[in-house]
Design a protein. Structure first.
Length: 118
């Protein structure tokens, strides 16, 4: 029984070494079973390239979305500050003060309607 185990180990060691040598020198690529699988392997390589390309495309799109989101936030902030300045400047007291520098005075007489009869 001990001789059987010794023979198995010896034969496995030899076959493992043979497989390793075949792999390293590339002779396994010339076998019929490997040659039949070449179209499938090429298809897998093609799918892998598409998958990698899609990953890069998705990353680029995420970066663009993040950049646009930052830009939208910045523009919204700019709009809010501009709108609040406009609201402040269009108040009657601020308008009266601004035109007083030009020599214009605010009228104290209320407006009235002029009616023309024909």
């Amino acid at each position: 029984m001990n001789t059987f185990k010794a023979n198995t180990k010896k034969s496995n060691g030899v076959s493992l070494a043979r497989v390793l040598v075949d792999f390293l020198n590339g002779s396994f690529l010339t076998r019929e079973s490997v040659l039949k699988q070449v179209p499938y392997l090429l298809f897998l390589v093609f799918i892998m390239f598409i998958y990698i390309g899609y990953g890069y495309y998705a990353e680029k799109t995420v970066r663009k979305v993040y950049k646009m989101d930052t830009e939208v936030k910045e523009l919204k902030s700019k709009y809010t500050s501009t709108f609040s300045r406009l609201e402040t400047k269009k108040q009657q007291s601020n308008v009266a003060e601004t035109v007083s520098n030009l020599g214009l005075v605010e009228s104290r007489v209320p407006p009235f309607k002029i009616v023309v009869e024909e």
